[in-house]
Design a protein around this ligand. Structure first.
Ligand SMILES: Nc1ncnc2c1ncn2[C@@H]1O[C@H](COP(=O)(O)OP(=O)(O)O)[C@@H](O)[C@H]1O
Ligand SMILES: [Mg+2]
Length: 175
């Protein structure tokens, strides 16, 4: 399943993220994301400045994270505890130039444990570098610049498994 949303401002991207975060929280609470399958992964791709961190800030708000969400460019992984789970935010930008190097460093970083975390949503920026490690039921989001306007972005959402498809259907139906 694939849907496309356009955003004309960073606020609009935050709002899309908020909606997604709210739906995610409902799925976490409804236990539909807890089948011993580990974290639910959101894989973000897109050029520098496309809005990956901005979208994540919205998702975090929608999930009820209080306080600021900052880019994990240097910390690599930030973890935000929730009442009934956690939001984990990871950035693969500095993990190495080639996919092989990135995977090796991700291994050192404990990516397996992150992926195995129950009741968690794991958001990964520059996720294409770790593609082989990602579960099938991942929500893939690619953010693209619109050449026509400085603040225009198109967000492509791709889901290929039951949880991600369910989420995307609900996002698509949201007002
Ligand atoms: N429609 C939009 N959606 C997201 N960010 C936007 C948009 N328009 C302008 N921006 C700006 O682009 C930048 C996006 O930065 P950031 O989210 O850190 O990108 P990334 O994490 O992909 O490198 C921010 O400065 C933000 O204010
Ligand atoms: Mg970023």
């Amino acid at each position: 399943m694939h849907i496309e949303l356009s955003s004309e401002s960073s606020n609009q991207t935050i709002e899309i993220g908020r909606q997604l975060g709210y739906l995610l929280l409902q799925q976490l609470r409804g236990d539909s994301l807890d089948a011993g399958e580990g974290a639910f992964v959101i894989a973000l791709s897109g050029e520098l400045g496309a809005g990956k961190t901005t979208l994540t800030q919205g998702i975090a708000e929608g999930m009820g994270v209080s306080g600021p969400v900052t880019s994990p460019t240097f910390t690599l992984v930030n973890e935000y505890p929730l009442v009934d789970g956690a939001l984990i935010h990871m950035d693969s930008y500095r993990l190495g130039e080639s996919a092989d190097a990135a995977m090796l460093e991700a291994d050192t970083l404990g990516i397996d444990d992150l992926l195995d975390t129950e009741h968690a949503v794991l958001i990964i920026e520059w996720a294409e570098r770790l593609r082989e490690l990602l579960p099938t039921d991942t929500l893939f989001v690619t953010l693209c610049y619109d050449r026509a306007s400085a603040n225009g972005r198109t967000l492509h959402f791709q889901a290929a498994g039951p949880h991600s498809q369910h989420l995307l259907q609900r996002l698509n139906a949201a007002p």
